[in-house]
Design a protein around this ligand. Structure first.
Ligand code: ATP
Length: 551
């Protein structure tokens, strides 16, 4: 990131941005007219014998009203545009997170990504609103004020730019510290969100092991760190604004003192002097605000850098792979498959295994043998470091990713369910699924009767990841979800481990219907499930150590 990314997101709002520029320029024009009109009014007021000051006063009032109206309009347009750009950015970050390889997600704490995708992006809103509209208009106002001052008293106007290096220096010194602080604050806030997310997810474990105090202490420590960093950031901001305001004020005083010179020499009229003061006043606002803008820019740079690093992570490969696949036969081959998780020893050390279309294969072996890793490679959650996985003879890396995954109905070890109704959870497996299809899949998964016994049947909401269900009920819904699309390949990773014996027996008895006409890989230790297999393969320490046809 990533100003380029932001500009990219701003592109659809070109019309609004142009309107903002026009409004900002018009407001600047109105603001710059104020000192001239103020000077004219002062001239009438000071000239007791002159014409009535009323028309000049009216004109000044009109200009004030115009500036206020333009200010309000540009604030409305800029606020809305900034919000629209942010909405686009949020969606983009969400979609990018969805597209990243699982390995990238495993490298980051979820809370960290959550913080970035939500409130850190919200902070960019301040930055956008200030810089998009405020900054150009304010700079234009400052520049215009100096130029118009120069028309009255060139010497004085020339003195104004002399103050610029002083501001620049102060902002640079403070800015460097602000940027470092802003970055640390954001990291500390992300840690805080991560702790909150983990404490909520682990609540039952925290209760059962009586770790409430430890969780509270950890959270309080992180909250304290955020407080301390925010306080330091705030202190710098709090001093910077009044400080720049003070310098600007002192400048105005100097101006006042110096302008007497022109008045005495007769080169400046009293009315022009009033105009000069008003221009000086007009100058102080942008100058004092500069510190605020600067602080926001520093904070935004940290967020943009973090967002940029995330957006630069490459999405999963394979979405544009050349080969489309409508429906596979279901021949699967693992060829001399090797894979190591990051910073780990090899989990698969040359696995060679063919599964014929229509075959039911049981994969068994001790914990950590590499069974789930094989399944993850088949689903192409990651790519092997050696060897290949083939579907119907084609290296799966050549198959369009979505097409590959649509061939495989997967029931993971932990069911990964939506906080929605039973029906919606099963229908998740097939876009546009009808109620009849949902019920058919539920019957195949031996889940229909169980679902009818829930308080609202298929309409029962099951809570986040199925917390309002038993483990076995959740697994049966996950099984129905995998079956609903009638995939040619079905992968059950310990998918019945929490079934009660009756349910498992019922599933096994009825499994013929669910397993028929597809290739099935059962990762299991359960004898009842092993009995379903045509062949049993035992994996140990990343290698196949035994194979036998089922009895
Ligand atoms: N995301 C990961 N990052 C690092 N190492 C991992 C990761 N997932 C698994 N591993 C390691 O890879 C090895 C194989 O794990 P895998 O989950 O494939 O085993 P498994 O045979 O499915 O075991 P289980 O029967 O316990 O489910 C283990 O040593 C495990 O610690």
């Amino acid at each position: 990131m990533t100003l380029a990314h932001l500009l990219d997101l701003a592109r659809p709002h070109r019309a609004a941005l142009l309107l903002m520029v026009l409004l900002g320029t018009a407001e600047t024009g109105a603001l710059l007219a104020l000192p001239a009109l103020g000077g004219r009014l002062a001239g009438h007021v000071l000239d007791a014998a002159g014409a009535s000051p009323l028309p000049a006063a009216l004109l000044l009032g009109l200009a004030l009203a115009g500036a206020a109206a333009l200010r309000a309009l540009s604030a409305v347009v800029s606020g809305r545009t900034a919000a629209a750009i942010l909405a686009g950015l949020r969606t983009r970050v969400h979609d990018h997170l969805q597209s990243l390889p699982l390995a990238v997600h495993q490298r980051h704490a979820q809370g960290d990504l959550l913080a970035l995708a939500t409130f850190e992006i919200a902070r960019l809103g301040d930055f956008l609103a200030v810089t998009l509209v405020g900054l150009p208009a304010q700079l234009l106002t400052a520049l215009g004020a100096v130029v118009l001052m120069a028309r009255i008293d060139p010497g004085l106007a020339l003195a104004v730019p002399l103050a610029v290096p002083v501001f620049f220096l102060a902002l640079r010194v403070a800015g460097r510290r602000l940027r470092a602080l802003a970055q640390r604050t954001q990291e500390a806030e992300a840690d805080l969100v991560a702790a909150a997310a983990e404490d909520l997810a682990l609540l039952p474990a925290i209760r059962s092991f009586v770790r409430e105090d430890a969780a509270s202490a950890r959270f309080a420590r992180r909250a304290e760190r955020v407080r301390e960093l925010e306080a330091r950031e705030n202190d710098i901001q709090a001093t910077l604004s009044p400080l720049t305001g003070l310098v600007a004020g002192l400048g105005a005083v100097a101006l006042l003192a110096l302008s007497g010179r022109g008045l005495r020499a007769g080169t400046t009229s009293p009315a022009e002097m009033v105009s000069l003061f008003l221009y000086a006043a007009l100058l102080t606002r942008p100058v004092a605000d500069l510190a605020l803008v600067y602080g926001r820019v520093q904070a935004a740079r940290g967020i943009l850098a973090r967002l940029g690093a995330l957006l630069d992570e490459a999405p999963e490969p394979g979405h544009d792979a050349p080969l489309r696949m409508a429906r596979a036969q279901g021949d699967i081959a693992f060829e001399d498959l090797r894979f190591a998780h990051p910073d780990r020893e090899e989990a698969l050390r040359g696995v060679a295994l063919s599964v014929r279309a229509g075959e039911t294969l049981a994969l068994t072996g001790p914990n950590g043998a590499g069974k789930s890793t094989m399944i993850a490679l088949l689903l192409r959650f990651m790519d092997p470091s050696g060897g290949a996985v083939r579907l119907d003879g084609t290296d799966i890396r050549d198959i369009r990713l979505a097409d590959l995954r649509r061939q495989i109905g997967w029931v993971p070890q932990c069911p990964l369910l939506l906080d929605a109704s039973v029906r919606d959870n099963i229908a998740f497996g097939l876009e546009g699924a009808t109620d009849a299809q949902v019920e058919r899949a539920a019957r195949l998964a031996q889940a229909h009767d169980m679902i009818l016994s829930l308080p609202q049947g298929y309409a029962t909401r099951i809570g986040e990841n199925g917390v309002r269900l038993s483990g076995g009920q959740g697994q049966r819904i996950a099984l129905a979800r995998a079956l609903i699309a009638d995939p040619p390949v079905l992968v059950l990773d310990e998918a019945t481990s929490m079934f009660d014996l009756d349910a498992e027996a019922a599933f096994v008895a009825a499994a013929a219907a669910a397993l028929r006409d597809r290739t099935v890989i059962l990762v299991t230790h359960r004898p009842a499930m092993l009995a379903l297999a045509d062949r049993i393969v035992t994996l140990e320490d990343g290698r196949i150590v035994a194979q036998r046809a089922a009895a």
